[in-house]
Design a protein around this ligand. Structure first.
Ligand code: ADP
Ligand code: NA
Length: 332
């Protein structure tokens, strides 16, 4: 009943990281050639759930778009746009706020992580974030959402909202969207603390690789990355209780399009003095052409705005009839 359609997005809440690239963008590029219609979004409405400097937000929105374009998102093959330019996202989110239950939001681990001890002082938007994300996805009747591991619970909530809506109104109107979480680096960890994910809004620059980092910075960050002193084991099993080591192996695997097993087979017994420089070289090889292209694109912000504007028109063409029909179903 539902045509295969992919939707995914990234928040312009800072510079793009290697986590965003391996967990999301790299996969999005690959899916363009497959049998899906692909829709990719800079989700600025999600970014403002925490404070954003207005000028910096506008810059980061263009930079995230530039990162996607430079990585190979082709605006001819995919719909690429900025969320706030398509008002239907916020409109459907309101309806979903009235479908979702408070208890469902209370169970969201990302809210607990982000709000910390100060939940009462966080914005209502941060709390309702998963409902807006459900709207982003279901506004296009998207059947698949390629995301990193951290977003799995939100995609499950999207299915809960679709299920309840369909049940309450007696019509199979929204699809039950599948998360697509596959590949060796779906949860890239912080380079200084292997128990946290790498994030663009993390505290220290040394804990993450930014997509715009130059070769020396990338080499320095991997060199300083926390590891244990043991050499690499003979099999992947030997990395079981070695989160930091496992993270670096998984990053290598994803960047080189291999399995983590294959990387271990190649580097069995190697020390960090050998593995880290090899990893840094590989990351530079893959990221530096993208960084160069991002800089070139950022020199012409008007062109990025033009591409995003055209993408928004195409997005509205898909979204409008779905939102109109939602209104009819609800009686609005
Ligand atoms: P961030 O957490 O860096 O602010 P977003 O929330 O904008 O990133 O997430 C954009 C996409 O990047 C999502 O699909 C998310 O799952 C993915 N992603 C973010 N961080 C990581 C990570 N450390 N490892 C794998 N994927 C990630
Ligand atoms: Na995230």
């Amino acid at each position: 009943k539902f045509a295969p359609r992919v939707f995914s997005g990234i928040k312009p809440s800072g510079g793009l990281t290697l986590g965003n690239y391996l967990g999301a963008i790299k996969r999005w590029v690959e899916m363009q050639g497959e049998s899906y219609e692909t829709i990719y979004c800079v989700v600025d409405l999600h970014a403002i759930t925490v404070w954003q400097d207005p000028k910096e937000l506008a810059r980061a929105t263009r930079e995230v778009a530039a990162g996607m374009l430079a990585s190979g998102i082709d605006p001819e093959k995919s719909v690429l746009f900025n969320q706030s330019q398509v008002a239907q996202h916020a409109e459907l989110a309101w309806i979903f706020n009235c479908v979702a239950r408070v208890g469902w939001m209370d169970r969201m681990t990302q809210f607990k992580e982000k709000a910390g001890k100060n939940a009462e002082k966080s914005s209502l938007g941060l709390y309702a974030y998963p409902s807006l994300m459900a709207a982003d996805i279901l506004l296009y009747h998207a059947t698949h959402v390629p995301v990193g591991e951290d977003q799995k619970q939100h995609v499950e909530l999207t299915r809960d909202i679709a299920t309840k809506f369909n049940h309450d109104f007696g019509e199979e109107f929204f699809p039950l969207t599948e998360p697509v979480i596959e590949g060796p680096a779906m949860r890239v960890m912080n380079l200084r603390d292997g128990s946290k994910k790498m994030s663009k809004s993390g505290e220290s620059d040394m804990e993450r690789i930014n997509m715009t980092d130059d070769a020396d910075t990338i080499a320095k960050k991997f060199k300083k990355a926390r590891t244990d002193p043991e050499p690499l084991p003979e099999t992947l099993d030997g990395l079981k209780d070695r989160a930091e080591a496992r993270n670096l192996v998984d990053i290598y695997a994803s960047l080189s399009n291999q399995s983590s097993e294959a990387v271990i087979a190649e580097y069995a017994g190697a020390g960090w003095g050998k593995f880290k420089p090899a990893l840094a070289d590989l990351a530079v090889e893959k990221l530096s052409p993208i960084a160069t292209d991002m800089k070139r694109l950022m020199d012409d912000p008007a062109e990025i705005d033009r591409l995003l504007g055209r993408g928004a028109e195409r997005a509205r063409e898909i979204a409008s009839p779905i939102l109109d029909r939602t209104h009819e179903i609800v009686g609005l």
